[in-house]
Design a protein around this ligand. Structure first.
Ligand code: FES
Length: 100
């Protein structure tokens, strides 16, 4: 069987300070996966324009779906801050919500 047709295992998303954990399937954004798991992740627009869903990636890697530069400062981006509604996990990740 070609690996092209293999289904990828869900990736683990762990909340650093809060201690919660959930999984993200294939095309789910971090935000969609968190909300599906019942985690009250702060959000508003879900399209990458308000910045409310921001979090810091402490470990692992995410794939940005849009350019965060319209909402986040260069410093935030350099420090690993991403928009959860516009990010998909590439690996298992550990994230931290603002103020934690
Ligand atoms: S919910 Fe608005 S930028 Fe993600």
């Amino acid at each position: 069987m070609f690996s092209l047709f293999k289904k990828k295992a869900p990736l683990s998303i762990r909340l650093d300070a809060e201690g919660g954990e959930f999984t993200a399937a294939g095309g789910q954004s971090l935000l969609d996966a968190a909300l599906a798991a019942g985690i009250p992740w702060p959000h508003r627009c879900k399209v990458g324009s308000c910045g409310v869903c921001r979090c810091k990636v402490v470990e692992g890697s995410v794939k940005p779906l849009t350019d965060f530069g319209y909402v986040l400062s260069p410093r935030e981006i350099a420090e690993g801050t991403v928009l959860a509604c516009q990010s998909r996990a590439r690996t298992d990740v550990v994230v931290r919500l603002p103020g934690k």
